[in-house]
Design a protein around this ligand. Structure first.
Ligand code: FES
Ligand SMILES: [Fe+2]
Length: 452
């Protein structure tokens, strides 16, 4: 039981009040970046309670198709049953807890545990016990030993989410106004989007907040971090080119940046998508969504805490392509994340376009893409420089705070913006990230209230 002032591991009421005060000034104490105590709190209070992306319905086509995933540290099995429903289980045998299915993907009628051979069907029911009656007799009621379902599972436009908190708010409410923006790519086409290939995965030595923030509200880094792409002529020379457009601050820490082109450039026709798809978009999107979408070249953002999306128009081999990458930054420690990156494209797009677009994605935002490696290197550097004695000083003797003050008291929201949320008329602001920090602290502090 926590002491009166001790929320956990020395993070107390006073310290939380101090953090709040700093955040209000647009300052983020550097000691919190990779602090193990903060991380422990995040695991319980943020990742144990918010909706986490697990995969896309298009990854499971036939009965028996399955994929294995992680919900933070819990192994998860997603499997399509005979009725075509997707079941989501803890991927741990109900007998003695063995990690049941370790393949990434496959098709099976039953899952047999490698330890003592118990087997389960696609509904998670225990259907086979080796030497069952002889060794357990009547004491074993098989129905009591089915696989455990993840406490909450829900989907939005093909995206499957899980939540470890049985009392969490409904997914619809959690996503809230973010749905309006993700519909710009998830709902524009008949049939929605589909995943191509398996999600790529790699480990980066950083803290999840770095990658979450990078996609959530940091177009400011583009011209410098990705300078090589400017030199290669892939990105424009204008240092402000990533600033054009709107940054939108949404509830629950969600952030979106809707980028347009700068002066002298025009929006590529139909976002590089085949022209014949456009009437479909006009049918599926609202007037306001179309108004925004016609100006857009990139939509990038984060669904708090760790699902990011990036839907750009990219050039490759003389063609312009549009696609969507969904990615999760799965924390596996205070200074380590496992990135999972999915490639998605409109189901209704011509097959040839899908493949060209996939190539464009691999060349730019695949793990070895021209832009991808730049980011991971920088996130690693932030984590590395935040682990020393000076950076981690909780009294902040060295004024060890990070700066999120861009645009503060300077840029007013654009009242004419047709979409929901608070929209600022440039992407070179830190409003969305400050909103993310506010929600982050709200979740951490809520637990403090509970512990009183
Ligand atoms: S742990 Fe799975 S059958 Fe024993
Ligand atoms: Fe980047």
């Amino acid at each position: 039981m926590a002491g009166r002032h001790n929320v956990r591991n020395g993070i107390d009421k006073e310290l939380l009040a101090e953090i709040k005060q700093k955040l209000e000034q647009g300052l983020f104490p550097q000691w919190m970046v990779t602090d193990p105590d903060i991380y422990d709190l995040e695991v319980d209070k943020i990742f144990g309670r918010t909706w986490q992306y697990l995969g896309h319905e298009s990854e499971l086509k036939e009965a028996g198709d399955y994929v294995t995933r992680w919900l933070m540290d819990d192994p998860v099995l997603l499997v399509k049953n005979k009725k075509g429903e997707i079941n989501v289980f803890l991927n741990s045998c109900s007998h003695r807890g063995t990690h049941l299915c370790t393949a990434d993907v496959g098709n099976r009628k039953t899952f047999t545990c490698p330890f003592h051979g118990w087997s389960f069907n696609t509904d998670g029911e225990l259907i086979g016990v080796v030497a069952g009656d002889k060794v357990f007799g009547e004491r074993l009621n098989k129905q009591d030993w089915n696989l455990h379902k993840i406490p909450r599972v829900d989907t939005y436009r093909g995206m499957i989410f899980g939540n470890l908190d049985p009392n969490a708010m409904p997914l619809e409410d959690y996503l809230g106004d973010l749905k309006w923006y993700i519909d710009l790519f998830l709902a524009r086409s008949d049939g929605g989007m589909e995943v191509i290939g398996a999600p790529q995965r790699w480990v980066v030595n950083t803290n999840w907040k770095m990658s979450t923030e990078n996609f959530g509200g940091d177009p400011y880094h583009v011209a410098t971090t990705h300078k090589s792409t400017v030199e290669l002529g892939i990105s424009p020379k204008d240092p402000f080119y990533a600033s054009y457009g709107h940054q939108v601050k949404l509830n629950h820490g969600h952030c979106v940046n809707v980028s347009t082109t700068g002066p002298g450039f025009s929006v590529p026709s139909y976002q590089g998508l085949p022209e014949e798809m456009w009437p479909m978009f006009e049918r599926n999107l609202s007037k306001e969504q179309l108004e925004v979408y016609k100006q857009t070249v990139v939509i990038v953002g984060t669904c708090f805490p760790n699902l990011s999306f990036h839907c750009p128009v990219h050039g490759n081999e003389g063609h312009l392509h549009n696609y969507l990458t969904l990615r999760i930054w799965r924390p596996i420690g205070p200074d380590k994340i496992e990135i999972w990156a999915w490639f998605l494209i409109d189901k209704a797009a011509p097959e040839e376009y899908k493949m060209q677009s996939y190539k464009g994605y691999v060349a730019s935002f695949g793990p070895s893409g021209t832009l991808e490696a730049d980011d991971t290197e920088i996130w690693t550097r932030v984590a590395k420089a935040s682990k020393g004695k000076m950076a981690r000083n909780r009294e902040m003797k060295y004024n060890n705070v990070l700066n999120y003050m861009m645009g503060m008291d300077k840029i007013e929201p654009d009242e004419s913006w047709p979409g929901p949320g608070i929209a600022y008329p440039t992407c070179f602001v830190d409003y969305a990230l400050r909103g993310m920090h506010e929600y982050w602290l709200e979740l951490l502090t809520k637990e403090y209230e509970d512990e009183q």
